[in-house]
Design a protein around this ligand. Structure first.
Ligand SMILES: [Ca+2]
Length: 197
């Protein structure tokens, strides 16, 4: 369950059900005219979850995009405004050019590519992301797609000055000229990969 949706009209976050074993699925629909349709954080017992430094978190979810270009589909987003952040998004994933691309974004907006894998639109892909948070530079990252590790990083600063939270959806920065859809199903959170596989 997501914490808060960030999806201005005419975009929408809705629940689809196609009568398959998946049951309900979330649909992030970003039409032409708005640059983003996202949701951030998760809820536990009705409250938005509070993440912390020096912890290990795993997230697992299935994603299907309508096309091979949904731009940003995941951010480990820093709290506070851009002026308050040292890193706006220490971890970022895009679906772009028919690939899933993963970056560690170090302080100073240094984009470091840590993994890429082919991404088929119109098909479900399973993703697991592990983050060990560190406000020093001793954090770690790992990303698995469809059972294969496609990205990893150590010595990463994964906890910003005001903390971080996860964000999912489809986000195009300042570009609102392209429609995109990202369906998300089966979101899980835990402390090991086995918890979320
Ligand atoms: Ca479901």
């Amino acid at each position: 369950m997501f914490g808060t949706t960030l999806c201005d009209s005419p975009g929408s976050v809705t629940v689809d059900n196609w009568g398959t074993a998946r049951g309900d699925i979330f649909k992030f629909n970003k039409p032409i005219g708005v640059p983003r349709c996202e949701a951030h954080n998760v809820r536990a017992d009705g409250e938005e979850y509070s993440f912390a430094d020096g912890k290990t978190y795993w997230f697992g979810w299935d994603s299907m995009t309508k096309t091979g270009d949904a731009q940003t589909v995941f951010q480990w987003k820093s709290n506070g405004t851009n002026d308050q952040n040292a890193q706006n998004y220490p971890v970022l994933m895009k679906v772009e050019d028919g690939k899933l691309k993963v970056w560690y974004v170090a302080p100073g907006e240094k984009w470091i590519s840590i993994g890429t894998a082919p991404w088929s639109p119109g098909e479900w892909h399973s993703i697991q992301l592990g983050i060990t948070t560190s406000s020093a530079e001793s954090g770690t990252l790992a990303v698995y797609m469809d059972g294969t590790r496609i990205a990893s990083r150590s010595d990463a600063r994964t906890w910003d000055d005001r903390g971080n939270k996860p964000r999912w959806g489809t986000y195009w920065g300042t570009d609102d000229s392209t429609a995109s859809i990202n369906w998300i199903d089966g979101l899980k959170m835990g402390t090991t990969r086995a918890d979320v596989g």
